[in-house]
Ligand binder design. Structure first.
Ligand SMILES: C[S@@+](CC[C@H](N)C(=O)[O-])C[C@H]1O[C@@H](n2cnc3c(N)ncnc32)[C@H](O)[C@@H]1O
Length: 271
């Protein structure tokens, strides 16, 4: 079956008013998805993040991983190659098609599931040792009830002592200090210009300009670090460790990205 993919991003008459959770599906159009790997630059990203995720998952005895924001498949492929059993999920069919093609190019058949996080358990019935939601993906949820619902679905899909690894841009720094990125860790492509075009407490609209003069945008919700940590705790994760650009210690405004590692394992309350 041939799928007719949308040709242009459509943010409506007033792009700054476009603050809807489901809109991500219309942002990851084929043209942008085909450029995504230029933006992330697989080799540089693999070099910069090193073994952080692989070692952390191994240390926690993880075998089965659900990559809920598979995108073009970068982490799914890396983790398969490191020996993990991976299922790759995403709400964008364009992204999943690209992930599958990238998997094939690396000699793997990705197990893909097209699903939105808000109703993950409708389509995913297994339980996983870990869920990863990486590359500043959770930011696509605009309504607080969608964030709570998605986290509750992740929690339910984890084994009793599973791990959720979820990252985000350092929006505190963007909101309070201004944007600066060293392109060091995540979106490593050096020929792509990435910057927020507009920011307020309810919207971060990022502009991505490529060497062929094509320009795309993403509208995202600027998650403050403390807020994300609180939501994780409120859905039931008893312990949340937050790293800044893969380091345990950092100055708050310094990192480009925060990585939250949320533990589901039940801990007796200390008396
Ligand atoms: C910024 S991309 C990151 C992709 C990849 N993890 C990476 O690091 O390159 C965000 C991904 O999250 C997916 N996504 C956003 N909101 C979603 C939702 N509600 N349900 C499922 N997938 C969603 C998008 O389709 C997209 O592939």
């Amino acid at each position: 079956m041939k799928v007719a993919f949308q040709q242009r991003q459509d943010f409506g008459e007033d792009p700054l008013a476009c603050r809807e959770t489901s809109h991500y599906q219309r942002e990851y159009i084929e043209g942008f998805v085909n450029k995504w790997d230029e933006l992330i630059d697989w080799e540089s990203r693999a070099r910069s993040e090193g073994r952080f995720f692989i070692d952390m998952l191994r240390e926690h005895g993880v075998r089965r991983v659900l990559d809920v924001a598979a995108g073009t498949g970068f982490h799914s492929v890396r983790l398969i190659e490191a020996g993990f059993e991976v299922v790759s999920a995403d709400g964008s069919p364009e992204m999943l098609a690209k992930a599958f093609a990238n998997g094939r190019a690396h000699g793997h058949i990705l197990r893909t599931v097209h699903v939105d996080w808000r109703w993950l358990t409708r389509d995913i019935h297994d339980h996983y040792d870990a869920i990863i939601c990486l590359g500043n993906s959770f930011t696509h949820l605009f309504a607080e009830h969608d964030r709570r619902k998605a986290l509750a679905e992740f929690y339910a899909t984890l084994r009793h002592d599973g791990l959720l690894v979820l990252d985000q841009r350092n929006y505190d720094a963007i909101l309070d200090v201004g944007y600066s990125s060293r392109h060091t860790y995540y979106y490593c492509g050096t020929h792509v210009s990435v910057r927020p075009e507009y920011v307020d407490t309810g919207l971060a609209r990022f502009r991505y300009a490529f060497p062929d003069d094509s320009v795309y945008h993403l509208n995202m919700f600027p998650l403050r670090k403390g807020y994300t940590r609180r939501l994780l705790e409120e859905v039931g994760f008893q312990r949340v460790d937050t790293y800044g650009d893969f380091q345990e210690t950092y100055r708050e405004a310094q990192p480009d990205f925060f990585i939250h590692v949320a533990h589901k394992r039940y801990r007796e309350a200390e008396t």
